[in-house]
Write a protein that binds this ligand. Structure first.
Ligand code: MF3
Ligand code: CO
Ligand code: CO
Length: 270
């Protein structure tokens, strides 16, 4: 059987993986997370995002793994680095970080054919109060979404948990990008929306693997994509933040594949 076609598909076209497949996802997720654990010391005023990306390329190579993003739809880098009002898919480049800049670093690796996809927020220098609040709300929104992951709940339950919390904090959830199924492939069904109504959407089943990766804006939710065809920014130029985990549905809950080995995921920058 084709390795990419193992397991079965639900009516919604969502692949159900086998219990033994969780180990592969853990290995890939742990590598992606350990790369992010090593980013904090690379983020400082005067640093360029291309220098950060070059280190990521090196770390992926040293681990004997493959970058999922290099060559993906023509993308040429091992990470997306999205600074301030960049919502996602920021392209690493020669521009220097300034004191107070906040940035998302998003890394996806392939280990033994399994994909690990995760992102976190970092700050160059001093973190402003409003950026700190945005980052905390975004992180907590992701975790509230993850808390809804168990068999029998729906994808709408996840989206609703995220949206209702973010909006209660007077911030907005980006609609133009979503999480995704992954496993032996990078992007597969379903689209994991970060907004929605309870009880709607596909029902979660044991063996589903997907990402949750909410993008939260201080201002309005609308985005636009720049002429480079990748960089997505907030239309109103407001600050944006994002966190991403890859997860699997277990018999009674959730398994997070991209937990920080060093316990550094939470934005206290430990
Ligand atoms: N890692 C991103 C995600 O969370 C996808 C990046 S695709 C790229 O799905 F080509 F922009 F790198
Ligand atoms: Co993703
Ligand atoms: Co990602």
């Amino acid at each position: 059987m084709n390795e990419n076609l193992r397991g079965r598909l639900t009516r919604d076209g969502i692949r159900i993986y086998e219990p033994e497949d969780f180990a592969g996802m853990h290995k890939a997720g742990a590598l992606a997370a350990s790369i992010l654990d090593r980013m904090a010391e690379l983020v400082f005023p005067g640093q360029t995002t291309e220098a950060i990306d070059a280190r990521i390329t090196q770390m992926v190579e040293e681990a004997g793994a493959t970058s999922a993003t290099i060559g993906y739809k023509g993308y040429q880098h091992a990470s997306c680095i999205s600074v301030n009002h960049v919502v996602c898919h920021g392209i690493p480049g020669p521009k220097m970080l300034k004191d107070g800049d906040i940035l998302n670093i998003d890394v996806t690796v392939i280990v033994d054919g399994w994909y690990g996809d995760t992102s976190r927020m970092y700050v160059a220098g001093t973190l402003s109060r409003k950026a700190e609040r945005l980052i905390e709300v975004t992180h907590d929104a992701l975790m509230k979404g993850i808390e809804m992951v168990r068999p029998g709940n729906t994808f709408g339950d996840i989206g609703h948990a995220i949206q209702s919390y973010v909006e209660s904090q007077r911030m907005s959830v980006v609609r133009d990008f979503c999480g995704h199924g992954l496993g032996r492939v990078f992007h597969a069904p379903p689209n994991v929306l970060h907004y929605g109504r309870p009880g709607t959407g596909a029902v979660l089943e044991e063996g589903m693997f997907f990402t949750i990766e909410p993008m939260v804006n201080l201002g309005r939710p609308e985005t636009k994509t720049l002429a480079d065809d990748w960089t997505a920014v907030t239309r109103d130029k407001s600050l944006s933040a994002q966190f991403e985990h890859s997860v699997g549905v277990t018999a009674d809950g959730v398994d997070i594949f991209t937990l920080s080995p060093a316990g550094r995921f939470h934005p206290t920058y430990g």
